[in-house]
Design a protein around this ligand. Structure first.
Ligand code: UP6
Length: 365
């Protein structure tokens, strides 16, 4: 069980999104992920906005939402991405991909939901083998390259920038010529791009740019993150589902070890695991371990009371056990928060408990 602080680990993290997340955790004093398992877009956005200040990750199952709006600029994903920016959290679509490489690539980047466009993080069920992880890594790399090129085109067709953009992308800008309009990319809306470029220019803390499909128009400026933290990097991240919380699941040690092996092969894409214990076993493992199956006993009850499962295979542990004893980094809580009478208050109770467990862990000798 590591005693290293989240902020120290942020400096060592191999993945830019992991580094960002660890900084966010330090800043918000939160190691809480809300599993927003609700059934309508309104409920989802309402929860994200209300609980946003308490969490660092918002986990979705987009296919539970009966009226998910697939529009890339005004739809549910784009609106979620905007709330994520406002409150400072990452979006994690709990898709648990589990098919051959070619199919998972298409499911990740194409199809109805275009998950890669709005979700910083997703996860994979590695049952089909390591090729599923390799394929998702390849899809994310190609997507990132395309975005980099789009953003550059974006800036080069925009209005001249007044401030300086403190970005690693900037140096290379000179060498990029605008793409012709016939290249299949949507470079025709120069007025929009101009506006975006001028907004980018005043975001001097930004290291990266937002996806093209969640444009930051002027009315979004007032929604700027109040945290003073830079925006999330554009890199996408994967979690490998290496252990499950459900009773009698088939993920044995050998399987879990293979997941860890695959993660080590893709440090620039795999951020960590969904697991029940920390799987950082080698000194240079910098993975983030997120853990579902978390509930607290009701407020008035004994802190150490045993927590019942849900009668459908789910098993629960307390934040104290998950973070303190098992060395995980983030607790994932669904019904414990959303089924309570006051989800906002309950989210704060979980945040405090999970954070205390972390503080005790790093302070213990
Ligand atoms: N989840 C688990 N266990 C796992 C992996 N994922 O419960 O091993 C997901 C579920 C659900 C959430 O799909 O969205 O975490 C847990 O919800 P709950 O807190 O309401 O039980």
């Amino acid at each position: 069980v590591t005693k290293a602080s989240y902020s120290d680990r942020a400096t060592d993290a191999a993945h830019p999104l992991s580094a960002y997340l660890l900084r966010l955790m330090t800043l918000k004093k939160s190691n809480l992920c809300l599993s927003a398992d609700v059934s309508t877009t309104n409920q989802l956005l309402y929860l994200a906005n209300a609980v946003g200040p308490s969490i660092v990750v918002l986990k979705t199952h987009y296919d539970l939402i009966s009226n998910w709006d697939y529009n890339p600029t005004t739809g549910t994903g784009a609106r979620l991405a905007r709330l994520a920016r406002r409150h400072g959290f990452l979006v994690f679509e709990d898709r648990k991909f589990g098919d051959i490489g070619n199919t998972v690539q298409l499911q990740y980047t194409e199809g109805t939901a275009k998950i890669i466009e709005w979700s910083h993080i997703t996860n994979v069920n590695m049952v089909p083998g390591k090729a599923a992880v390799d394929a998702l890594a390849e899809a994310a790399m190609k997507w990132r390259e395309r975005k980099r090129y789009q953003v550059k085109t974006d800036i080069s067709v925009g209005t001249p920038r007044s401030g300086s953009v403190n970005s690693d992308d900037e140096e290379e800008d000179d060498t990029v010529t605008p793409m012709p309009e016939t290249n299949g990319l949507d470079v025709g809306q120069s007025s929009n791009y101009g506006r975006k470029a001028s907004i980018v220019s005043i975001t001097t803390v930004s290291q990266h740019f937002e996806p093209i499909n969640s444009p930051r128009l002027s009315e979004d400026l007032e929604e700027e993150s109040f945290l003073g933290i830079e925006e999330a990097p554009m890199e996408r991240g994967l979690l490998i589902l290496a252990q499950m919380s459900s009773k009698g699941n088939f993920m044995n040690r050998e399987y879990t070890d293979a997941c860890v092996e695959s993660a080590r092969e893709h440090k620039d894409f795999v951020m960590g695991f969904v697991a029940q214990e920390s799987l950082n076993t080698q000194s240079d493992d910098q993975f983030i371990n997120m853990t579902p199956g978390c509930q607290l006993p009701p407020e008035q009850e004994d802190e150490d009371a045993e927590i019942q499962g849900d009668g459908k295979g789910q098993q629960y542990n307390t934040p104290q056990k998950i973070i303190g004893l098992k060395g995980n980094d983030i607790v994932i809580v669904g019904r414990g928060i959303i089924k309570s009478e006051d989800p906002v208050r309950e989210a704060e109770r979980y945040r405090k408990k999970a954070w205390e467990a972390y503080e005790e862990r790093i302070a213990s000798s």
